[in-house]
Design a protein around this ligand. Structure first.
Ligand SMILES: C[S@@+](CC[C@H](N)C(=O)[O-])C[C@H]1O[C@@H](n2cnc3c(N)ncnc32)[C@H](O)[C@@H]1O
Length: 345
């Protein structure tokens, strides 16, 4: 299946066929899926393509907007002209300069800060059905311009100090918003559905989500085996979550942090290793009448055996499926890391 590229920490894009094959190998029949930690929406997208009805959930509202663009906005609705019109100031509109004023040389160049300010405010004037696509194009452009596609470090200098003009990353980072908006609008129009599948989007914490489906897919944040820095999804993507709440940004900037983290949408549920087993137990108990499919990795905490044990408390049969090695090529610590799907029936 052809799929859009995701630039997201922990995306399961490369594992989708393997997840599907594992479910089919155990003859798992389901018509509906609840994707509780939906992220990029790529798992929901794949399952929608397979004809399943979907409830997508994520705690970060910018992710929900990306999912809405891919899953709930019909092809052809958002055009290149729509995208390009977002880049211009419209006379008669008053613009704030929140990014330019507060994030000078933190994540983007001054010109780019100004563009982000303009685009976010123009999106508010778009028709409702186009907004998610517009945010998709903006967020993908913002991610592709960042070293490692992340926001937990102030490291614009990695980009600006890089001298080899033809080095792959440099070329990617320096593409203009205009070119990127054209590229991502094309991408959206290639991947959006003509006939919309049955999809519902919810934006809440997993333990606050009381929706039901035949199969519940659980892809929580993951912890390395050894205790480490404890970087959360909010730390990694706070800037995009901030853009969803543009006018509020100045009131929520943590000026004690070098990267000026925006404290909107912060929540530590499933982000603290000491609470993880307790929270997972609560979640599986809630969904004990559904088929459970949990993604994790062999190099994480808790171990696969501990996770299976939690699922086994509520499900009669469990299967551990090894999906192969997907460690980051350059990171030797991850060389042995295997992706795993634990199924509870
Ligand atoms: C491993 S990623 C999921 C990746 C997703 N399956 C994909 O392929 O793109 C974990 C996701 O959980 C979300 N998240 C973190 N804590 C959460 C919570 N308590 N409830 C719901 N979502 C949460 C994060 O925003 C992140 O998008």
């Amino acid at each position: 299946m052809k799929l859009p590229i995701t630039r997201y920490y922990g995306s399961k894009r490369r594992l989708l066929d393997k997840i599907w094959d594992a479910l089919m190998a155990y003859q798992i029949n389901f018509d509906s899926m609840l994707d509780l930690f939906g992220g990029t929406g790529i798992v929901s997208y794949y399952m929608a393509q397979k004809g399943k009805s979907i409830i997508y959930n994520d705690i970060l509202s910018f992710n929900c907007e990306i999912a809405k663009a891919l899953l709930c906005s019909p092809r052809g609705n958002f055009t290149e002209a729509d995208a390009l019109s977002l880049l211009q100031r419209v006379s008669g509109r008053e613009y704030q300069n929140i990014i330019a004023n507060n994030f000078h040389n933190v994540y983007y160049t001054p010109d780019e800060d100004e563009t982000i300010d303009i685009v976010v405010q123009n999106i508010q004037y778009l028709e409702e059905e186009k907004k998610a696509s517009a945010f998709y194009v903006l967020f993908q452009s913002c991610m592709i311009k960042r070293p490692f596609n992340l926001f937990h470090r102030k490291n614009l200098n990695l980009r600006t100090n890089f001298v080899k003009a033809n080095f792959g990353n440099k070329v990617t980072w320096e593409q203009s918003f205009k070119d990127l908006f054209i590229k991502f609008t094309k991408e959206l129009n290639e991947f959006q559905f003509e006939l919309l599948p049955k999809v519902e989007i919810t934006n809440t914490s997993a333990l606050n989500c009381y929706r039901h489906a035949d199969l519940v897919y659980i892809d929580t944040p993951y912890f390395p085996k050894k205790d480490s820095s404890g970087i959360t999804y909010h730390n990694r993507y706070h800037f995009l979550e901030g853009l969803m709440n543009y006018g509020e940004i100045p009131n929520f900037i943590d000026r004690g942090k070098v990267n000026l983290e925006i404290n909107i949408g912060k929540n530590l549920e499933f982000e603290k290793r000491n609470n993880y087993i307790y929270e997972l137990d609560k979640l599986i108990h809630r969904h004990r009448d559904s088929i459970i499919a949990l993604s994790y990795t062999t190099e994480g905490y808790p171990s696969i055996q501990e996770l299976e044990e939690v699922i086994h408390r509520y499900k009669q049969t469990t299967h551990i499926c090894f999906l192969g090695k997907h460690g980051f090529a350059l990171n030797k610590n991850n060389a042995e890391r295997q992706e795993v799907l634990i199924i509870g029936i």
